[in-house]
Design a protein around this ligand. Structure first.
Ligand code: SF4
Ligand code: ZN
Length: 313
């Protein structure tokens, strides 16, 4: 027992070295090296159990430079040989000038790709005639549509088999609450660890489905990987995420158990009978005549024209 006034060092459960973190949901304290191994084993198990990535596939990992996508890129690189897939990164330059966010985001992505020796592809949304500034208070939802569209199109046009994103268990549980409470049940089918592609839609994979944001940040720190700490200046307050963190604090392991059971349930009920057509402007898959991306692009063009004529008058 420690003497009064003396700091008690928590030891790693596996090797006895000083622990860097106590993972409450697993009732484990681990040192730096054992945490790295533990984290990679968690991802490896998920890849195997849910058939997330297949032998010979070309994976395109979408990287913003934040903790989740940086951790995803690093762990995929680590496991790429074992699972026999090839890996490249895609960064979408959102042109966010506020707080130099996009500039920092690109710089961090370049740094991590250089460090991990992963080829980086960069697409600028300005090349599609889009500026997020023109969407007023709807910047975030416009951004989501633009990113999904570009990821899919870039992957397909460049021969990738799947697009990998850094969604975490925090994201999945928050999506679940938000959508179920607003009566939208269709979203969940699209959010499995692997969602098969169809028609012009490329397969989506989520290797960090069972990991938390905190574990991803810790993995980056333990491996000395660069990641951007700034949040996007347009990020809205996410009350559902706060609620998820709060439940996790009170019930450690809730989040992980939730996503495990969600996948179990969805795999049994998965039935994709969504009707789709092709956008009359760009030809991509959509459920209406013109896809959400092309509608956004039209709005952006209209607003640009309005601004120009106002400036000239
Ligand atoms: Fe895009 Fe920023 Fe919103 Fe994320 S938070 S969707 S990067 S605008
Ligand atoms: Zn379109």
């Amino acid at each position: 027992m420690s003497k009064k006034g003396q700091k008690k060092h928590i030891r790693c459960k596996f090797c006895g070295k000083p622990a860097v973190e106590r993972l409450k949901q697993y009732r484990l304290s681990l040192c730096r090296d054992c945490f790295i191994q533990f984290y990679e084993r968690q991802v490896e198990r998920a890849l195997k159990k849910y058939g997330v990535v297949r032998s010979g596939e070309r994976v395109l990992a979408c990287v913003s430079g934040g903790k989740d996508s940086s951790a995803m890129l690093a762990v995929l690189k680590e496991l790429s040989e074992k699972f026999d897939f090839s890996l490249e990164a895609l960064h979408i330059d959102l042109g966010i000038e506020k707080d130099s966010y996009s500039e920092k985001s690109l710089k961090t992505t370049e740094e991590i790709c250089r460090l991990l020796e992963v080829e980086l592809n960069v697409v600028d949304i300005a090349d599609y005639g889009i500026r997020l500034e023109s969407f007023g208070r709807k910047k975030c939802s416009a951004c989501g549509t633009v990113k999904r569209y570009i990821m899919n199109r870039f992957a397909r046009e460049n021969g990738f088999d799947c697009v990998s994103t850094g969604h975490t268990s925090d994201d999945i549980v928050a999506f679940f609450f938000r959508n179920w409470l607003s009566g939208n049940f269709d979203w969940s089918i699209k959010f499995l660890p692997r969602t098969e592609g169809f028609d012009r839609i490329v397969t989506k994979i989520r290797p960090l489905y069972f990991l938390s944001e905190k574990e991803n940040a810790l993995y980056c720190v333990c491996r000395g990987l660069p990641f951007l700490m700034d949040s996007c200046p347009y990020a809205p307050e996410d009350e559902w995420k706060e609620i998820v963190y709060d439940i996790e604090r009170r019930k450690p392991g809730f989040r992980r158990q939730f996503v495990i059971n969600l996948v179990r349930y969805l795999s049994r009920t998965d039935s994709r009978d969504v009707e789709f057509r092709h956008c009359s402007i760009c030809g991509e898959v959509t459920t209406s005549d013109v896809c959400a991306f092309c509608r956004l692009r039209e709005t952006a063009k209209r607003r640009l024209k309005q601004n120009r004529s106002q400036a000239n008058s």
